[in-house]
Design a protein around this ligand. Structure first.
Ligand SMILES: [Zn+2]
Length: 311
């Protein structure tokens, strides 16, 4: 049996404040949570978790900490140990040192309520351009922490640590979330879903979604503005015509002015991205095309055009 330095286990100085001890515990508890590690490392992290829990059970309680500070290094000179095992059934989660020192009578250090910001989740949500413009209701799943049902978040089962959560009081589960996405969000926009984050003792965090647009075959995105190609046959470009242009709401007819040259950008106000009433513009960029095949007559006409341009 060796004496344990609980301060060392939590990585805090002996002068640490209650708050520092709590913070250190939280960081270590999250880092060593057995669920976060591959199967073969589980045992190691479960063991570390137990040590960390034990240290926090002592240092996280004023009364226990005072007792430990007084007796800790000198515990062997304390009263002789009784049969500790009988007092903590299944209590192998606690070291002999702990059991001898506290005789199973340790005051439980409850993890205090966590402030919601520590429980928030950040995630990215992919939308199609059409969904971003129109708004959409999206369902997806994500991994989030919830209170362990086996121990109701206390991390304890009787005198030992809860075997389901390893003493952390929380388990990570895949959870279904439905989010109502309002119309007009720009890429990079962040929306908050209140209470959809991780669940901790006495608190629920929020879920923050950052909007990302899936690439679209028809549109190039530039802030709130969009650009889309519009194909025109040479005669349409030369003479002016009405052509079909893609918009986020579907194709519309656009008046191509007479003499539109390749690369000309025709502005369609308010057909871009953004909130209704504040939307950016859509630019239709003229591309000159040719029919798949030219009839002999069409070819003859183009020859005439060629001669005309040399005249
Ligand atoms: Zn549990």
């Amino acid at each position: 049996m060796t004496s344990k330095d609980y301060y060392e286990i939590l990585g805090v100085p002996r002068t640490a404040s209650d708050e520092e001890i709590k913070q250190a515990y939280r960081v270590l508890a999250r880092r060593n949570h057995p669920d976060l590690h591959p199967e073969k490392e589980k045992e190691l992290h479960t063991r570390r978790m137990q040590e960390v829990n034990e240290a926090y059970t002592v240092l996280g309680s004023k009364e226990n900490r005072a007792k430990y500070d007084q007796l800790g290094s000198d515990w062997e000179k304390g009263p002789p140990p009784r049969d500790a095992r009988a007092e903590s059934p299944g209590g192998e989660a606690f070291s002999d040192f702990f059991r001898n020192m506290f005789r199973g009578g340790a005051e439980r250090a409850q993890p205090e309520e966590q402030s919601p910001s520590e429980l928030d989740i950040e995630a990215t949500l992919d939308l199609t351009l059409e969904e971003a413009v129109r708004g959409v209701e999206k369902s997806f799943s994500l991994m989030a922490a919830g209170l362990c049902q086996n121990c109701r978040g206390t991390g304890r089962k009787g005198a030992s640590f809860c075997p389901v959560c390893g003493g952390v009081g929380e388990v990570r589960r895949r959870r279904e979330v439905t989010a109502k996405i309002p119309p007009g969000l720009l890429p990079g926009a962040r929306i908050r879903l209140k209470g959809k984050g991780n669940e901790g003792p006495g608190a629920r965090g929020d879920l923050y979604l950052t909007i990302r647009l899936q690439p679209h075959p028809d549109f190039k995105v530039d802030g709130a503005n969009l650009e889309t190609p519009v194909r025109a046959m040479p005669w349409q470009a030369a003479l002016g015509s009405t052509v079909s242009v893609s918009t986020p709401e579907g194709p519309v007819r656009l008046r191509l002015p007479k003499g539109a040259r390749a690369g000309t950008r025709l502005r369609m106000a308010g057909k871009g991205l953004g909130k209704p009433g504040e939307r950016g513009d859509l630019f239709a960029r003229v591309e000159i095309d040719l029919p798949e095949s030219l009839s002999p007559k069409a070819e003859a006409l183009f020859k005439q055009l060629e001669e005309e341009s040399h005249a």
